[in-house]
Ligand binder design. Structure first.
Ligand SMILES: [Zn+2]
Length: 291
């Protein structure tokens, strides 16, 4: 992402991670990568209130997961996706960009196809074969009707009951600032869930054969600092590690740690951070917006 190298976890937030997570695991390598604030899930999770998280609803068949960048779902909720595909649910991934601005040392033209390949491979590890890209520009995604229309069109095409996205709020909790792409896409997803059901919003979509779909029952936001629900991470955790590991080029410039150890340490710590609010079970937490 443009803007030069920034710490993945802003200063001050690192201290809130579990002690067993090496500080190295959650810091960008200055000059080697353009920073992206995907890391502060753990910081967000540590902002919890004492109340318990509810089980995510299970009475659905199709989900559409819409995020800004390759790797957003792997840092955010791949263990939950693995559990869902194990149960026979259909999940489609929709990426607003190809993450072409995510590697400082690599030209976007070279990075885009590489990151697309890595995203498809990481999706396959958790049982997702449908991966689509909207080709908005990485780093400068604009919230607006064009983005809402693209997402509403995808919702009408795939007819999901559950839509998943990533933290749409200004921060990851406290003062850990979120990125503009995550904010724009997250907010547009929450809006497009309603747009998709109204034939008079984006009527041109009806002309393309995309009839209204008012069947989205929930939007689940991963990486929220105000989670309400969770999915047990245990059964899908190992696959989520391998799924994140498929973003190998990206991870190798992100950290000097051994990539697999980096992925396992990070995702385990995120899942364990949710456990105190989920009867002690490591979990992937979501903020659920029912419709
Ligand atoms: Zn991202």
């Amino acid at each position: 992402m443009p803007g030069g190298a920034r710490p993945v976890v802003p200063a001050g937030r690192v201290l809130r991670l579990p002690r067993q997570v090496p500080r190295r695991a959650v810091r960008a390598v200055p000059g080697r990568r353009t920073g992206r604030a995907d890391g502060p899930y753990a910081a967000a999770m540590s902002d919890h209130t004492p109340e318990q998280l509810a089980e995510m609803p299970a009475d659905w068949k199709r989900a559409l997961a819409v995020v800004a960048h390759p790797d957003d779902l792997e840092y955010g909720c791949a263990a939950a996706v693995a559990a869902w595909t194990d149960q026979g649910k259909e999940i489609t991934y929709l990426l607003a960009t190809r993450g072409e601005a995510g590697i400082d040392s690599m030209d976007p033209e070279e990075a885009a196809p590489l990151r697309e390949r890595e995203q498809r491979a990481s999706a396959a590890v958790v049982g997702v074969t449908a991966v689509e890209f909207l080709d908005h520009r990485d780093g400068v995604i604009e919230y607006g009707t064009a983005l809402r229309r693209d997402i509403a069109a995808a919702i009408r095409r795939h007819r999901p009951e559950l839509v998943v996205t990533l933290n749409h709020r200004d921060t990851w909790g406290g003062t850990a600032w979120n990125t503009p792409d995550h904010r724009a896409v997250g907010r547009a997803v929450l809006d497009a869930a309603a747009d998709a059901g109204n034939r008079w919003i984006f009527p041109e979509l009806v002309g393309q054969g995309l009839l209204p779909w008012n069947g989205v029952r929930w939007v689940a936001v991963a990486g929220s600092s105000s989670p309400t629900h969770a999915v047990e991470a245990g059964p899908g955790l190992e696959r989520s590690v391998r799924s994140l590991l498929e973003h190998r080029t990206y991870i190798e410039v992100l950290t000097d740690q051994e990539p697999e150890a980096y992925c396992r340490t990070l995702l385990t710590s995120f899942a364990e951070a949710a456990a105190p609010r989920f009867a002690g079970r490591p979990a992937v937490a979501f903020e659920l917006f029912p419709r």
